[in-house]
Design a protein around this ligand. Structure first.
Ligand SMILES: Nc1ncnc2c1ncn2[C@@H]1O[C@H](COP(=O)(O)OP(=O)(O)OP(=O)(O)O)[C@@H](O)[C@H]1O
Ligand SMILES: [Mg+2]
Length: 482
């Protein structure tokens, strides 16, 4: 479906300022449709005056729609719906006398830049709905009429009207009508229920909403003024009230007729469930962090036990094997340590790489000087990739230092680049190079087997070992990150 901006640009001469007003209107569009129990169609006059393009359409959630089809993008020639022409030309609301759902019951001009008519709203209603009005329906329709008049006068919507709210409260959430001094003249059942949950014992009608809300709100202090201004219908914005464990959002719309404030409508939404879910998510985050923390602690315990056992061994080979295991466990613990400090399921890997590299070079260099050259960046890596990658990196760096440089001074290069959604890593040394005829596939040693299993199996990437022309070994990894 084409967007309002697309349609306007192609078929009308509306300015950016006009469109801004129209978008502001569309933000409150659902509310108007619901209060009026009507389908709304926003018609944009075409630049050559030949007719209108349907720029947007909204169905009521409070009643049946009269349109089965989408109208957006369709063209209506001038003269087909005289109601629209009249509203556009006269700049005021025009009512229909016919009772036929597909013909608009009302045409409301919408003001754009400098007060000119930028669009016209056609309001369609099923005549059957109007005949069966209760108190709630009557109140809703009256408010809808007031808002429509404000649209025609250019005083609704007001910019900043949704300030302080998660989303715009809907008519179905609850509605209170106020007189100019803040006294409630009507409260819908849902609005009354929300106030009951806040702790209200008496009725809302007849009392001043700002006074009542202030008494019920448990938080006090400088917010009070703001709260009173919104609940009293004097300020056009939103505010959240908490009382007795219930969270309620209020949105007030001052009603202005011919430039004078005559009262207000306050929409009331119980957001307690929303807040509760947010709190649950927060505790879930904290739990995940705690789990990572404990995994790290457990791994450190395992490493300590292995180190203890290594010390008791007299067979050098066994001892070296256990020390290797300590290093491998340590690399995994490192990733969990970093995960336990972030909220995300991904982490900047450069820190991990740095610590893995220094853990190996410090311990295993055997007195030789290792000159480290780092290039590029690993960037942010998903947690499930980070753990195997840390182990792989640790193995490769270990090999470069242990076999390549073999205790002699030399250079260790570790580079990383992101190419689209792949990560390329190179670990290289300028040491003795791979043994003549070395085939990693038939090697019975553990290190490269672990590397291969993790890279090809777990991470779904590729691994390549090459002898460098200038001497030394280069190992490259190509890993997918999604
Ligand atoms: N950067 C390198 N330079 C020279 N030779 C290497 C290099 N990396 C690996 N090799 C050779 O490949 C062999 C296999 O390496 P691998 O990591 O699988 O085992 P290891 O290092 O000998 O033992 P482990 O890693 O299990 O402690 C090594 O023994 C070594 O001969
Ligand atoms: Mg090795």
């Amino acid at each position: 479906m084409p967007s309002l901006n697309d349609l306007a640009r192609r078929h009308t001469d509306l300015s950016d300022a006009d469109l801004e007003r129209l978008h502001l209107l569309l933000a409150d569009w659902q509310l108007l449709a619901d209060l009026a129990f009507s389908d709304l169609v926003l018609w944009l006059p075409t630049w050559n005056g030949s007719g209108y393009i349907a720029g947007a359409q909204m169905r009521p959630t409070t009643g049946a729609t009269v349109f089965g089809d989408d109208l957006v993008g369709s063209f209506l020639p001038k003269g087909r719906r005289p109601l629209l022409d009249e509203a556009t030309d006269l700049g005021r609301i025009v009512h229909s006398r016919t009772e036929y759902a597909l013909a608009p019951a009302e045409a409301i001009p919408v003001r754009g830049e400098g007060g000119r008519v930028a669009a016209v709203i056609a309001r369609h209603v099923d005549p059957a709905v109007i005949r069966t009005r209760g108190r709630l329906e009557t109140a809703y329709v009256e408010v809808a009429d007031q808002l429509s008049r404000m649209i025609a006068e250019g005083t609704f919507p007001m910019s900043g009207g949704l300030h302080g709210l998660d989303t715009s409260p809907r008519a179905g959430d609850g509605l209170v009508r106020l007189e100019n001094d803040g006294t409630a003249t009507y409260a819908s059942p849902n609005a009354l229920s929300a106030y009951r949950r806040l702790g209200l014992a008496a009725d809302l009608v007849g009392s001043r909403l700002d006074v009542v809300t202030r008494q019920l709100a448990s938080r006090r202090g400088p917010v009070d003024e703001d709260l009173a201004a919104v609940a009293g219908g004097r300020a056009a914005r939103g505010v959240e009230v908490e009382g007795k464990g219930t969270f309620v959002q209020l949105r007030s719309i001052p009603i202005i007729a011919a430039g004078v404030r005559v009262g207000a409508v306050v929409l009331v939404r119980d957001v307690t469930d929303l807040r509760r879910r947010e709190r649950e998510l927060l505790t879930k985050d904290a739990t995940i962090r705690e789990i990572h923390h404990r995994v790290k602690n457990n791994l450190q315990t395992v490493a300590a036990l292995l180190r203890l056992q290594a010390r008791r061994l007299t067979v050098p080979e066994g001892r070296a094997a256990l020390e290797e295991a300590v290093r491998r466990v340590g690399s995994i613990a490192l990733v969990h340590e970093l995960l336990s400090t972030t909220l995300d399921e991904s982490l900047p890997f450069d820190q991990v790489a740095e610590r893995v590299i220094s853990a190996v070079t410090e311990l295993a260099s055997g007195g030789g000087q290792v000159h480290l050259v780092r290039s590029g960046s690993f960037g942010v890596i998903p947690a499930d990739v980070a753990t195997p990658l840390a182990v792989v990196l640790s193995e490769l760096v270990q090999n470069a230092v242990e076999h390549g440089l073999d205790g002699r001074p030399g250079t260790l290069e570790v580079g990383a680049t992101r190419v689209e959604d792949r990560l390329l890593v190179e670990v290289a040394d300028d040491g003795v190079g791979l043994p003549e005829g070395f085939d990693p596939l038939t090697s019975d040693r553990l290190g490269l087997q672990i590397v291969r299993t993790l890279v090809e199996g777990e991470l779904g990437g590729q691994l390549a070992l090459t002898r460098r022309v200038a001497g030394g070994t280069s190992v490259t990894l190509n890993l997918p990150l999604t």
